[in-house]
Design a protein around this ligand. Structure first.
Ligand SMILES: NC(=O)c1ccc[n+]([C@@H]2O[C@H](COP(=O)([O-])OP(=O)(O)OC[C@H]3O[C@@H](n4cnc5c(N)ncnc54)[C@H](O)[C@@H]3O)[C@@H](O)[C@H]2O)c1
Length: 511
């Protein structure tokens, strides 16, 4: 359990606000060998926090993951400060009180009267500007953001956010403290959402747009992103877990703080659901309905088998053709164009398309294929764990059923989507990569930091830049360019960071 990797550059750490975050920070600070003084406005709150953390250590002792002697040493490191004045000897104080600018400013002003001038004032704010909090302090150079994630001991990342006037040695020492507490430290600029909450804007908002366009339902979107995208949880399950009261506020806050940047545009769907009280797990219903804590998800029924019919492959690049030919051959269906040819499909053939960032309709028309017999397939993540198929509004039921049966021939689940510029996976992945590239472009953090912080803070299978390289940055750029052309929505304009590196064939992590 102890995970300190270096000697902490501070000895006595004060914590003001011992709720969910303050107690977690207290736990890892005590484990790192600091003396921790806890203060809270509410009577009994510190005792609760000490008992909570003490209980965690006791359970670790019971499971023999921690010795009794170590637990005793940790417990001894946690002390109560009944008044703010008792924090006088601290060389750093971390505040984790209510998320209100005036409250945090007032607290830091009070602490400046109590603490030594060398002491550091750190804020765990997740949405306020560190610079704004520091602006009311006598010594803004000692104020810094130190942003942990919930639950603190398990989420092994902390953002270290110097405000515009923070001294660089303060940032270095606080970063060393985060590392001594066993966390990955992500040094970021003082910009809205900092790094992790900024990088997390695309996943939910693009999924909501897809839902809002009625491409498919929330269950299917979640299934695609988990199975094909490798995400631990789909965006709607995540929105339900976090609670729309929190998520909607974060979406709006970051959007407005970036002066209505279209890439972060929230969806009208969440405001209305919030009004209806459909907050998520905490109210028993969000996008899913919960019974005894379990989301109610309809079973997926495999499509019924149909008589094979000839298949025409309208995929344009060699790799896509190869994959589709492999699937059709494995299913034992007759293939009309194993080789590229100038023939046209026979009147009965099912035509398969493999567009990037383009809808099935425009892809069919561009290739001169009959829309009523066309079905598009998303090959961005291959055909391994799920297959997403997309129909034009003209696709006939017989061809839809044929495609579903063909792609399900080996038992792999199939999702059927209405027409969309970029299926589900392409859209969400392209938006995540694009926002990540813009974060790198703006120098919010170093590229490697962007990726690691997102893996740790959001649990994505890859950080956004590595995700772009994984799927191919040129393909991501094509998806975005096609989406922008089709929709005219500046939300999809590619970041210059992405465009330059993709066209130069350089990794997105290249500085
Ligand atoms: N909960 C999260 O997921 C999360 C994640 C990262 C950052 N944060 C930030 O951490 C801070 C705390 O969040 P939380 O979830 O722990 O809140 P919480 O409500 O669980 O705890 C806040 C505690 O602060 C105390 N408090 C409020 N005002 C005070 C004051 N002026 N002086 C002393 N004590 C005071 C309250 O009594 C309470 O015990 C907020 O700024 C929040 O934005 C929260």
């Amino acid at each position: 359990m102890p995970n300190a990797t270096a000697t902490p550059p501070f000895k006595t750490l004060g914590i003001v606000g011992t709720g969910a975050m303050g107690r977690g920070i207290a736990q890892i600070a005590a484990q790192a060998g600091l003396t921790v003084l806890l203060h809270d406005l509410r009577e009994g709150a510190v005792t609760e926090a000490r008992e909570f953390v003490g209980g965690i250590w006791q359970r670790a002792v019971d499971k023999q993951r921690l010795s009794e002697a170590e637990a005793e040493r940790y417990r001894a490191n946690l002390k109560e400060a009944a008044t703010l004045g008792e924090l006088a000897g601290c060389d750093i104080v971390v505040e984790a009180i209510v998320e209100k600018l005036e409250a945090k400013q007032a607290l830091f002003q009070q602490l400046e009267e109590i603490l030594d001038d060398q002491a550091v004032l750190a804020t765990n704010t997740s949405s306020l500007s560190v610079t704004a909090i520091a602006s009311s302090c006598r010594l803004p150079q000692r104020v810094i953001g130190f942003h942990f994630f919930n639950p603190v001991p398990l989420m092994k990342i902390v953002e270290v956010i110097p405000g515009l006037r923070t001294a660089s040695d303060v940032a270095d020492r606080v970063e060393a403290l985060g590392q001594a507490m066993g966390h990955f430290t992500a040094r970021t600029t003082d910009t809205p959402g900092f790094l992790v909450n900024h990088a997390g804007r695309a996943f939910g908002t693009e999924a909501l747009r897809i839902l809002g366009e009625r491409v498919t339902d929330h269950v299917t979107i979640d299934r695609i992103l988990v199975d094909q995208g490798g995400f631990r949880m789909g965006p709607f399950a995540l929105l339900d877990l976090t609670g729309l009261d929190v998520s909607h506020a974060v979406m709006e806050s970051i959007y407005h703080q970036y002066y209505e940047e279209p890439r972060f545009r929230p969806s009208p769907l969440t405001r209305q659901r919030l009004t209806a009280g459909l907050l998520g797990r905490k109210t028993g219903e969000g996008f899913y309905r919960y019974v005894e804590g379990k989301p109610q998800v309809p079973d997926e029924t495999p499509p019924p088998p149909v008589e094979p019919r000839p298949v025409w492959i309208g995929a344009e690049d060699d790799e896509a053709r190869r994959q589709l030919i492999g699937l059709v051959t494995a299913a034992g269906w007759p293939l009309e164009n194993a080789e590229e040819s100038h023939e046209t499909p026979t009147p009965d053939a099912l035509c398969l398309l493999a567009p990037l960032g383009e809808d099935a309709t425009s892809c069919a028309l561009r290739l001169g294929l009959p829309a009523e017999r066309c079905v598009a397939v998303d090959l961005l993540a291959g055909l391994e764990r799920r297959r997403s198929l997309m129909l034009t509004p003209a696709t006939r039921a017989a061809y839809r059923d044929a495609a579903a049966a063909l792609f399900a021939h080996d038992g792999t689940p199939v999702s059927l989507l209405d027409d969309s510029t970029g299926f589900v996976l392409q859209r969400v992945v392209a938006c995540i990569v694009n926002v990540g590239c813009e974060i790198a472009q703006q120098g919010v953090a170093a590229p490697q930091t962007v990726d690691r912080a997102v893996e740790l803070g959001l649990g994505y299978p890859h950080g956004p830049l590595a995700m772009g390289d994984h799927y191919g940055s040129r393909r991501i750029l094509t998806i975005l360019d096609n989406m922008l052309a089709a929709t005219g929505d500046p939300r999809y304009r590619a970041s210059p960071w992405l465009r330059r590196r993709a066209t130069l064939d350089m990794p997105l992590t290249a500085v």
